[in-house]
Design a protein around this ligand. Structure first.
Ligand code: SF4
Length: 429
């Protein structure tokens, strides 16, 4: 008889949709695994943390670090999760550092699981991307050689998803995605099937040949200097040309500009440089820039994984404010900027060690702490815990909390790139 398999449904840390259900959140990785299991004749249900004992095997797909926090909050308080009779199999893009949740999962699958998930369900864990916990061993993130061939039905949107690419060839030095997923497919970056607004590389803005009411593009660094350091080779001139090109079509266009802020060597001058660049832009039609600044995190298996974390300035404090305005150009900070508290918590999860549980427990469950605002919470946590292991710069020869991860680029090569980057940063200081 086949095991009873179920996805775990639990409250997310951040609401992604008005209708916040498993189906409407479109976790494509989970849907692909689901598709593989259904094709093999399995029936898959759902359980909650409370009803987990109803299943033999529980599946979880983590899309981001925030999911790990939500999962810890959802299950760690239950005795039947600590002494569980069911097996928990977890995977997903958010599963990078296993340490914060290692006591609550049994099998961790790193990278793409299609083609092996049936075997794993049946107890064959003999793969170099599969970790059988509690032992932590080196693993190799699994890649694919070709795009997923099946179409996936997105129920709530009445749409079909078809994979058009994996990975990105640009290899920005901070970007876990491009270091963890090898490029497959000819398309560079395109996800208009899934989102209302086209999402494109900045260099492709000039290829747009019609009016768009909105689009998304990443700049990832306030100044040309920062972008050059960290591999996002977009010049100030290209920023100006992109904005003017978008503004050449009749109608108002909003550009959601994704940005990385609080880079290791960033200063106020870098933000000022961006305002000077806007000064030189003269779009013919109304163009609104919504700048969404996500603070830099030293993501595992990237050349920047050894870099320090700067919690301040807190760009959440300026969320929704206008920072530049003239004739046809308006620039505002996004309402979605993360606070220094969210930055700190996610960094702790990404750099957690086996000794971090007390700290993570406090973050998740301290009612006293959670009464305060972001900056006060950071100060209180700093007062009670040594946060330097999570925030400090590491030497490239030190063992990192995610020492066990390796991807398609050998770790030695990433280390050499990190040494070069540190030398360049030192020369520029
Ligand atoms: S940050 Fe964007 S452009 Fe750079 S490697 Fe990642 S996906 Fe590609």
């Amino acid at each position: 008889m086949k095991n009873k398999i179920a996805w775990l449904v639990y409250r997310p840390e951040k609401k992604r949709n008005k209708e916040n259900t498993f189906d409407s959140n479109y976790n494509i990785g989970a849907l692909v695994v689901n598709n593989e299991l259904i094709k093999a004749g399995y029936e898959i249900g759902y359980v909650t943390p409370e009803s987990a004992n109803e299943a033999d095997i529980i599946l979880i797909s983590f899309t981001s670090t925030y999911d790990l926090i939500a999962y810890y909050k959802a299950v760690s308080k239950y005795k039947h999760w600590k002494n569980r009779k069911f097996k928990v199999i977890a995977g997903g893009f958010g599963l990078q550092n296993i340490n914060s949740i290692k006591n609550y999962i049994d099998i961790a699958v790193f990278g793409r699981a299609e083609g092996q998930i049936i075997d794993i369900i049946n107890g064959n864990y003999d793969y170099d991307n599969v970790m059988v916990l509690p032992e932590i061993k080196p693993i190799k993130i699994r890649q694919v050689d070709s795009l997923y061939s099946d179409e996936i039905c997105l129920i709530k949107k009445n749409k079909v998803w078809k994979e058009t690419f994996v990975g990105c060839p640009n290899r920005c030095k901070f970007c876990h995605y491009s270091w963890a997923r090898k490029k497959v497919g000819t398309v560079t970056y395109l996800s208009e099937r899934l989102v209302n607004k086209p999402q494109i590389l900045w260099k492709d803005i000039k290829k747009i040949n019609k009016y768009l009411s909105s689009l998304k593009a990443a700049m990832d660094g306030f100044s040309e200097k920062l972008r050059n350091f960290y591999g996002k080779k977009i010049s100030n001139l290209e920023i100006i040309e992109g904005i003017e090109h978008i503004g050449s079509f009749t109608g108002t266009t909003m550009i959601n500009v994704y940005n990385i802020c609080n880079m290791p060597n960033e200063t106020k001058d870098d933000f000022d440089e961006f305002k000077l660049v806007l000064d030189k832009c003269n779009p013919i039609n109304k163009t609104i820039i919504v700048l969404q600044s996500s603070p830099f995190r030293p993501s595992p298996i990237t050349p920047m994984q050894w870099e320090p974390v700067k919690l301040l300035p807190d760009w959440h404090k300026v969320s929704g404010t206008t920072f530049y305005s003239k004739n046809n150009l308006l620039a505002v900070h996004s309402l979605m900027n993360e606070s220094c508290w969210s930055h700190l918590v996610t960094t702790i999860i990404e750099r957690a060690t086996e000794q971090s549980e007390k700290l993570i427990n406090t973050i998740c469950f301290s009612s006293k702490l959670n009464k305060y605002k972001a900056e006060q919470k950071v100060k209180m946590l700093e007062h009670h815990f040594d946060l330097s292991p999570y925030l400090r710069e590491y030497d490239v020869e030190e063992k990192l909390p995610t020492w066990y991860l390796e991807s398609y680029t050998p770790n030695e090569k990433i280390k050499k790139m990190a040494v070069k980057l540190k030398q360049n940063l030192g020369l520029a200081a």
